[in-house]
Design a binder for this molecule. Structure first.
Ligand SMILES: [Zn+2]
Ligand SMILES: [Zn+2]
Length: 278
């Protein structure tokens, strides 16, 4: 069963654990790879040339567990209660066809991108920021564990995209799972702290509309601008794409380029010394 759409209500009690388990497995793997095993070798791809403290990782993981619980409960509320009768979920692919199935994932991503951008702008309102969004911004130099590190109130608002999709768009479980998977991966990539994109993506006519780990890292480092999630559309249209984004991309890409030109080079001892978790 891909998605327990017709399961009894108690099956949905497992949702928080499923959502946390997916997040934990992905982040453990990436943390082990980038922050432990390859920390020195891949330092040339690090966006900020230092590493968070152990206490940062613990805080991020704790809030992320709480967020996973809230996301899971929202899914359980939508699908594991009588509310399920009002959802627009369909289970027979032939009802809308395969082209719509693919299109629906793209539609959901654009819908979520808009939802996230405006919700994020709201979170930066001075009255909201101090009490709610500050939790996420304690990660000035984020790690993958920061992907779900939200204040519980923000987690509730973030989870709002789930009922918005489930009660408005005809959505197949495959499309929903694809969306949730892309959301998780992109979110974790945005907080990874390492640049994975090659330079050409930023110059490509389509690639320039894609959000990147460098852009979101800059948002954490400087607190303002670069509010988008998947795409840069809203930031470009609303004039909130940070003007120093291009410089930061150039700086990181220059580090990568220099490292590739000298494959035997090792990171500076000072940078590595600073990098030890404390
Ligand atoms: Zn923010
Ligand atoms: Zn963030």
């Amino acid at each position: 069963m891909l998605f327990p759409i017709d399961a009894p209500w108690y099956v949905y009690l497992a949702m928080p654990f499923v959502i946390f388990g997916r997040y934990f497995l992905l982040c453990s793997w990436l943390f082990g790879l980038f922050y432990l095993w390859k920390q020195r070798q891949w330092l040339f791809r690090k966006i900020q040339q230092r590493f968070p403290k152990r206490s940062d990782y613990r805080r991020e993981l704790g809030y992320s567990a709480l967020t996973a619980l809230i996301f899971g409960l929202v899914v359980a509320l939508c699908l594991g209660t009588p509310l399920r009768a009002y959802t627009t979920v369909y289970t027979d692919v032939s009802e809308y066809g395969i082209p719509y199935l693919i299109l629906s994932v793209v539609l959901i991503l654009f819908l979520h991108d808009s939802y996230f951008y405006w919700m994020h702008r709201l979170m930066h309102h001075p009255k909201v920021y101090r009490h709610v969004h500050l939790v996420h911004h304690k990660s000035v130099n984020p790690s993958p564990w920061a992907a779900y590190a939200f204040h519980p109130l923000e987690a509730v608002v973030e989870a709002g995209i789930l009922p918005l999709v489930l009660f408005t768009l005809p959505v197949h479980p495959i499309a929903m799972i694809s969306f949730i998977t892309i959301m998780l991966w992109f979110n974790v990539y945005g907080h990874l702290g390492y640049e994975l994109f090659p330079a050409w993506v930023y110059e490509h006519p389509l690639g320039r509309w894609l959000n990147s780990g460098v852009y979101h890292n800059l948002h954490h480092e400087r607190f303002h601008g670069n509010y988008s999630l998947y795409f840069t559309c809203w930031d470009r249209w609303m004039g909130t794409l940070r003007t120093d984004s291009a410089d930061k991309v150039a700086e990181v890409q220059q580090n990568i380029h220099q490292h590739k030109a000298k494959p035997c080079s090792t990171p500076s001892s000072a940078a590595v010394a600073d990098s030890s978790p404390t």
